[in-house]
Design a protein around this ligand. Structure first.
Ligand SMILES: Cc1cc2nc3c(=O)[nH]c(=O)nc-3n(C[C@H](O)[C@H](O)[C@H](O)COP(=O)(O)OP(=O)(O)OC[C@H]3O[C@@H](n4cnc5c(N)ncnc54)[C@H](O)[C@@H]3O)c2cc1C
Length: 380
């Protein structure tokens, strides 16, 4: 599905991952260290610009290529793929819905990684029922005054730009008609109020953001018209969910590769353990699930590239790939025996990283709701 140029981008990222990421990922993970050097290398490789077309960026790739690049990064260290996930959604949001001025202002510097972006949807009171959000941007003569709290926001400190989902009309009915996206920058009234401790996804900060009378100019409103934020974000989440599914592929692939190698090296009862049928069966099931998941993710990418609505396909891809990653990483732990539980091996990291993909970008329960609603509305 990839052009020659796209394949060479994927090959370059794969080499970067094998040469520069895999040898240091374990140490960075256990130190919970922000991967400054690797992020700088990703900027130089043009990874932050892959979703930004000309004239604002240099090379915008197909969603299938984006899937492959994300999978490679996550194969090395899921945190790196996470560092460019929200950034891509925001780039797509601005590219699709932004005013010409917003595109010119942000996209060229987002393409180089000089500006990195994140999105702020989730609140302490809930992330699944987005229409119930309580962060309010009140319009006055000089612009917007923002009050509220967001939580679990990835890259909060290191993103200069935050796509904030908020209510510009808290009394609107239906509720989504009062929701807008503001392109917010750090400044007075916006504080990163708490770093959230977590199971995996180390090195990349996940934080609470507090807005207290934070001022944003009128032209921070995405697209220049209020009330479209919910629909805009739902569209943005299509690529977001494809991205999370691709991260699941990368983690699953790393777990499968490690288990396959280990099963050939490790011997028990006088033979390599893969020759014991139980272990061979694990490997067969892991490879089968991974391959099936990959096909679903590529199907969603194909529909995305065709410009078709793909919330159902993106939901299926995220649901299946993340559940497969959970199973594959657990089986990789089993194949490694006691060493699967050791922090001197990588499989315990895959096992801790996999659950994020069942929760992030909309939980898998929410994906099932989306899939069922679309099945009824438009069929398979
Ligand atoms: C490491 C990490 C990074 C994240 N990064 C970001 C980020 O950058 N930006 C951002 O905005 N958010 C981010 N999130 C938040 C994430 O998107 C939310 O956690 C997720 O959407 C779920 O919201 P919640 O935690 O409030 O769970 P809730 O909405 O409280 O849900 C709790 C449970 O109820 C289920 N549930 C709720 N409603 C329904 C329903 N209608 N049908 C069936 N089941 C239902 C859920 O599936 C879940 O099992 C991140 C989360 C994590 C853990």
């Amino acid at each position: 599905m990839l052009s020659q140029e796209e394949q060479s981008i994927v090959d370059t990222v794969r080499d970067f991952v094998d040469r520069d990421v895999r040898p240091v990922a374990r140490e960075l993970e256990h130190g919970d260290t922000y991967p400054e050097k690797l992020i700088e290398q990703m900027k130089r490789l043009g990874i932050f610009g892959l979703a930004i077309p000309e004239p604002y960026g240099e090379v915008a790739v197909s969603a299938a290529c984006y899937v492959a690049v994300t999978e490679q990064l996550a194969r090395g260290w899921m945190s790196l793929a996470g560092a460019m996930g929200g950034h891509t959604v925001v780039a797509k949001l601005i590219g699709r819905f932004g005013t010409e001025e917003q595109k010119r202002h942000y996209l060229p510097r987002m393409a180089t990684g000089e500006i990195r972006a994140t999105m702020a949807l989730t609140e302490p009171g809930g992330g699944s029922d987005l229409q119930a959000l309580t962060t309010v941007a009140r319009r006055d003569a000089d612009g917007y005054v923002v009050n509220g709290t967001k939580t679990w926001i990835t890259n909060s400190r290191r993103s200069q730009l935050i796509a904030l989902l908020c209510k510009t009309d808290p009394n609107a009915t239906p509720r989504h008609a009062g929701i807008s996206i503001l392109l917010v920058e750090h400044g007075p009234g916006l504080t990163v109020s708490r770093d959230l401790p977590k199971l995996g996804y180390k090195g990349i900060e996940s934080c609470e953001l507090s807005f207290v009378d934070h001022r944003a100019p009128v032209d921070a409103l995405l697209g220049g018209a209020e009330g479209h934020g919910f629909a805009q974000m739902m569209k943005g989440l299509e690529i977001g969910r494809i991205q999370v599914a691709s991260r699941a592929l990368g983690v699953a692939r790393a777990a499968l590769d490690d288990a396959l190698r280990y099963a050939q090296e490790r011997e028990a009862f006088g033979k390599p353990i893969w020759k014991h049928q139980s272990i061979g069966n694990y490997l067969a099931d892991m490879a089968t699930k991974y391959t099936a998941a990959r096909q679903l993710v590529l199907l969603a990418a194909e529909r995305y590239d065709a410009g078709e609505r793909c919330d159902m396909e993106a939901g299926m891809a995220k649901l299946f790939a993340s559940e497969a990653a959970m199973e594959i990483t657990l089986n990789a732990v089993r194949v490694h025996g006691g060493y699967g539980y050791s922090t001197e091996f990588d499989v315990e990291r895959y096992f801790r990283d996999a659950p994020l993909m069942i929760v992030g970008e909309g939980t898998n329960e929410i994906q099932r709701n989306v899939i069922a609603a679309q099945l009824v509305a438009r069929g398979l």
